[in-house]
Design a protein around this ligand. Structure first.
Ligand SMILES: [Zn+2]
Length: 315
């Protein structure tokens, strides 16, 4: 209650400011714009309750959380794309109530009994609790417009979107279901790479997912890979980079190794912004950049184009 009241107060002051101030004369314009804003003073900052506003890392504007949620986690001032959870993203893409999740209860097994600073088992439990997810990907079949599509969406919030046996297995089963049902496939990636807590079992997922994709391609079915911030390492080196169409979100960091590792290995100066979606579009690694708000419409258009001549419409 107190938080809502505070938000209204802040918003009210901002919106009433022009009405209280007489319109400036042309030669007074500079003085007027230089006037410090109420919300930017240091004393004022302390009054902003936590969790109600988010500071945009790109334009430094304070964005109202509710506004951010309504705008699919895209900054309303500069269109910076904030991370978005897998469930929220699925809701933004498929028709209401059309998504049927697959293998929702598949969970990782700590086959190596890995222990570092904390055990892998305890990490899994902690992330399952904090995200409400069983692992870093949600898969299922839903409708985009009138087209049935197999959809896999990764979540960076679960152990950095790392690809372990469960991510690999769920995606492989999704791809196989798409092949079996003769429907197109969309995978939306965000990942720090293979999950090293699972050692080589995680690396084997690269080959497994790509083998399944080869059968999907052999059946002449379209696969659209969507790269979101960040998509790196083992995921970028496998299923994320072999789409018939590779789409990225604006400003997404896409690459294999991090810039420091590449610089140390090649001993070369790296061009600015070389791992961004925009840089890679210029050089042909990706096909297009689509803002999050247009993603559903554009994916629908691409599916129509790629599936022209096929009967993939919902029965
Ligand atoms: Zn911004």
């Amino acid at each position: 209650m107190a938080r809502t009241k505070q938000a209204n107060k802040t918003l009210g002051l901002e919106s009433s400011e022009p009405a209280l101030t007489p319109p400036p004369l042309p030669n007074e314009a500079t003085t007027f714009t230089k006037k410090p804003k109420l919300a930017s003073g240091p004393g004022r900052k302390k009054e902003i309750p936590e969790g109600l506003w988010t500071k945009c890392p790109k334009c430094s504007a304070m964005v109202f959380d509710k506004e951010l949620d309504e705008n699919l986690k895209v900054c309303t001032k500069c269109t910076h794309h904030f991370p978005i959870g897998a469930r929220e993203r699925i809701n933004s893409l498929v028709e209401t109530c059309s998504f049927e999740e697959m293998n929702a209860n598949l969970e990782s097994v700590d086959v190596l009994e890995f222990t570092g600073v904390a055990s892998y088992k305890s990490k899994l439990e902690a992330y399952q609790k904090s995200t409400g997810l069983k692992d870093a990907v949600i898969t299922g079949i839903g409708l985009i417009g009138t087209r049935r599509v197999a959809l896999g969406v990764m979540d960076f919030g679960f152990l950095g979107g790392s690809m372990g046996s469960v991510v690999g297995e769920k995606l492989t089963r999704l791809i196989e279901a798409a092949t079996h049902k003769s429907i197109p496939l969309i995978i939306i990636s965000t990942s720090g790479g293979a999950r090293m807590y699972e050692g080589m079992f995680s690396l084997m997922q690269m080959a497994k997912t790509c083998a399944a994709l080869a059968y999907h391609a052999k059946a002449r079915l379209p696969y659209i890979s969507v790269l979101t911030h960040p998509t790196t390492a083992g995921v970028m080196a496998s299923y994320a980079s072999v789409g018939d169409l590779i789409v990225a979100e604006p400003g997404a960091m896409i690459g294999f190794a991090g810039p420091r590792v590449i610089k140390d290995t090649t001993q070369a100066e790296l061009p600015p912004g070389f791992q961004t979606a925009e840089f890679l579009l210029d050089r042909g690694l990706i096909d297009t950049i689509v803002p999050r708000k247009d993603m559903k419409q554009r994916l629908g258009d691409y599916l129509d184009y790629l599936g022209a001549g096929r009967s993939a419409h919902a029965q």
